[in-house]
Each structure stands twice: as structure tokens, then as C-alpha cells.
Design a protein around this ligand. Structure first.
Ligand code: FAD
Length: 373
């Protein structure tokens, strides 16, 4: 009997399965096609069991350390069967649902996310509240068994493809301490009063949206945690957004590094030092990420230490695409290739999940005890 709890065996068996099951994507590179392909891959992996390892049984998983699902993501994205972007919501929102939803809600909803039946989104940021998330002003007021929500979110990734949203809203009154005045909800995006408007991005892939809430009624059973637990939920969620959420992305960046080697050879460019620096940044990131995976496997709780993962990710990603810009002159500026789209998107790495400045503040204050920013 094959022991799939052993990561090395798991990888070998998964590779065999991926060799035998053709999940090659189409040539359509639109965002909608990438999402459809992601759902297709997730469905196949879930049905075959691979997509359920590393998730608890209560969530529709088959258990085992999170390392197993990191291996799945690495193999799938490393083979370019799916793009890394949609994985981020899965890795960020599923652990939050496991920790904060009622067991009934988690058992009903999580298999839909894991199996690619549904996409979900994260409604935290607002036009005036990004880094200073605690200042958010979307408001929820209780009415009978329901809560009525009014306000606006922005930068909500994949909202136009999402069935559900984990939403933060202000609750309580003027006397409620700031960090106890936020409550989290699990909202159906097709609820009356929700309007989703995709935003146009500079890299041409319109992945995030404005989301408006006009007298949106949410049932009390859709609270995540208790009223006032929203800030705690956000603090527990953000470490995932700064670490585990990048496991697939790292595999993708390695595949792009390999592609760059080929392209650089093609133009006969001598580039050892630049390529070495880009590789070193990638390798440092992967080592750090592996350490995070192992800490998770030991049952440790992720916290401010994941700001290090986030800083390393942003540095490695931007360094890789800066190297493309420097070694393939004109490619970013003049050619309509994937390199340009990816270069432009890499600029977002120092913004999403908390900006580079905010990560460095966290590292300085909470890890190095260097005092206030
Ligand atoms: C591609 C992408 C996807 C995203 N997806 C989502 C999503 O799905 N859901 C969601 O809720 N949000 C999402 N976001 C939003 C993201 O979380 C915010 O953009 C981020 O937190 C920064 O907030 P802001 O844009 O309001 O910038 P601001 O907070 O206004 O910051 C502006 C500048 O001021 C600096 N700054 C702010 N405060 C400090 C400080 N204390 N010390 C030093 N410098 C400071 C920042 O570093 C930055 O350079 C996404 C963003 C991007 C780019």
C-alpha cells in the first residue's frame, strides 16, 4: 500500500497521475479562460483525491499536512496547467472559513471552493482604507435576524467570477473600541443590492473590482465568528495572504526563470551576474516558504513572521522581471508579449496583501522590537 502521507511518495504518485491525465489548457489567455481552466483542474484533482490532501476532513479534505497541498500547487502550476492567481483566494479564504465559520457552514461551503465549483473573493479594502484597514467604513446594522450592509469595497480580486465574499463591515456604536467594531460576514455575491464593477488595470487583465453594497440583507447565520470578531479574523487571515498564498506563485516564477534562460540564450546575451541575482532571490524565497510550510506542519500558528515571506516574494518577483527588462532590451517596452503583462503585474507585488512599507513596519516593530514606525 502506498504511503501518501510521505511527501516524497506523494509527489511521485501525483506526478504519475498528472502524466496519465491530460489537463492541458487551451490557447485562450483571457482571465475568464484562466479561471475556467483553474476550475477544471481543481475539479479533476478533487475527484481524484489529490485536491483534498492537506485540508482537514471537516472541510471536505482528506487530512495530512498543508505541505501536501503545497506539492499539488507546485506540480500543477510548475507544469503550467493552471495560473497561480486564482489559488490565492483558496489559500487565503479556506483556512479562515475553517477557523471562523460554524461547522455546518464550513462543511456545506468549503467543498464547493476546494472542488472548483465556486470562486470566492475577499472584501476588505475600501477606497479610503487599505493599509489602515481598521478605518473601514462599510457599515452593517442588525435588523431582526439579519444584518443590513451599506458601503463600498475596492480591489476585490475575482469578484466578477465569485459566488461568495468574505466581507468586513463596521458594527457597534461610537463607544465600541475601534478593533472590536468590525464584524466579518460570508455573503452570497448574487444577493440583492450588491453591484460588482470590474476595474481596468494597467497590465490589461481586469482581475479586481469595485463592489457596492446597497441595503444588502445578510442572514445572522452568515456571521464569521461573533459580532466584533472581524479584526481578529483579519489578523488571522493576513498571514496566509503573506505566505501560503504564494506557494503556487513561486513555482510559476521558477518556470518563468527557466523561460528567461531560453530567451536570453536566444539573443546571445551574457548575463551571468543578473541571472544569478534573480535566481538567488527566488531560491531565498523558496527556502523561506519551505520553512513556513514546515512550521505549519508542526502545528504552529502563522503570524507577523510571514511579513518576511511577503517581502521576499515581492523582491524576487520584481527582480526577476527587472532582469527581463534589462537583459531583453525593448521586450517590456515595445513587444506585446507575456513578459510585458507580467512585468506590469509584478509591480503590484509590493502593494497587495499589505504594502512593502507596511511589511517592513511589522518586521521592525513586531519582530525586531525597534519601536514605533
Ligand atoms: C493586485 C491587487 C489585488 C488586490 N486584491 C484585494 C482583494 O482581493 N481584497 C482586498 O480587500 N484588497 C485587495 N487589494 C488591496 C490591497 O490590500 C491594498 O491595495 C493595500 O493594502 C494598500 O492599500 P491602499 O491601496 O489603500 O494604499 P494606501 O494604504 O493608501 O497606501 C499608499 C502608500 O502609503 C504607504 N503607507 C501607508 N501607510 C503607511 C505606514 N503606516 N507607514 C509607511 N508607509 C505607509 C503605502 O506603503 C503606500 O505606498 C489588492 C491590491 C492589489 C494591488
Amino acid at each position: 500500500m502506498t504511503d501518501l502521507s510521505d511527501p516524497a511518495t506523494f509527489r511521485v504518485e501525483l506526478r504519475k497521475w498528472l502524466d496519465d491525465n491530460d489537463l492541458t489548457p487551451t490557447d485562450d489567455h483571457s482571465l475568464a479562460a484562466h479561471l475556467a481552466q483553474f476550475f477544471r483542474v481543481q475539479r479533476a484533482l478533487y475527484d481524484a483525491g489529490w485536491g483534498r490532501y492537506g485540508w482537514p476532513e471537516a472541510a471536505g479534505g482528506l487530512g495530512g499536512p498543508a505541505l501536501l497541498r503545497a506539492i499539488v500547487g507546485e506540480e500543477v502550476v510548475g507544469r503550467r496547467l493552471a495560473e497561480p492567481g486564482p489559488y490565492s483566494m483558496l489559500e487565503v479564504l479556506a483556512p479562515t472559513m475553517i477557523d471562523y465559520a460554524t461547522p455546518e457552514l464550513a462543511a456545506e461551503m468549503l467543498p464547493k471552493l476546494l472542488s472548483g465549483e465556486e470562486q470566492w473573493c475577499q472584501g476588505f479594502s475600501e477606497p479610503g482604507s487599505g493599509s489602515d484597514l481598521a478605518s473601514l467604513s462599510t457599515r452593517a446594522v442588525p435588523r431582526g435576524d439579519q444584518w443590513i450592509v451599506n458601503g463600498q469595497k475596492v480591489w476585490t480580486s475575482f469578484a466578477q467570477f465569485s459566488k461568495r465574499c468574505i466581507l468586513l463591515a463596521r458594527t457597534g456604536d461610537a463607544n465600541t473600541p475601534a478593533h472590536q467594531a468590525i464584524t466579518a460576514f460570508f455573503v452570497d455575491v448574487d444577493t440583492l443590492g450588491i453591484t460588482v464593477r470590474p476595474l481596468h488595470t494597467m497590465h490589461g487583465v481586469d482581475e479586481f473590482c469595485e463592489v457596492y453594497f446597497d441595503d444588502v440583507a445578510i442572514d445572522g447565520s452568515r456571521l464569521l465568528g461573533a459580532p466584533g470578531d472581524g479584526w481578529k479574523l483579519a489578523m488571522d487571515l493576513l498571514p496566509y495572504e503573506r505566505s501560503t498564498c504564494f506557494w503556487q506563485r513561486i513555482a510559476y516564477l521558477y518556470s518563468r526563470f527557466d523561460a528567461l534562460i531560453d530567451d536570453v540564450k536566444g539573443v546571445g546575451q551574457a548575463a551571468d551576474a543578473d541571472m544569478g541575482a534573480a535566481y538567488l532571490a527566488l531560491h531565498t524565497l523558496r527556502c523561506r516558504s519551505r520553512d513556513t510550510q514546515l512550521r505549519l506542519a508542526e502545528g504552529q500558528k502563522l503570524g507577523p513572521d510571514t511579513s518576511i515571506d511577503k517581502v521576499l516574494l515581492a523582491d524576487a518577483e520584481q527582480r526577476l522581471y527587472d532582469t527581463v527588462r534589462d537583459l531583453l532590451p525593448g521586450t517590456i517596452e515595445l513587444d506585446d508579449t507575456a513578459w510585458r503583462t507580467e512585468y506590469l503585474y509584478s509591480r503590484a507585488a509590493t502593494i497587495y496583501g499589505g504594502t512593502a512599507e507596511v511589511q517592513r513596519n511589522i518586521i521592525a516593530r513586531r519582530l525586531l522590537d525597534l519601536g514605533k514606525e
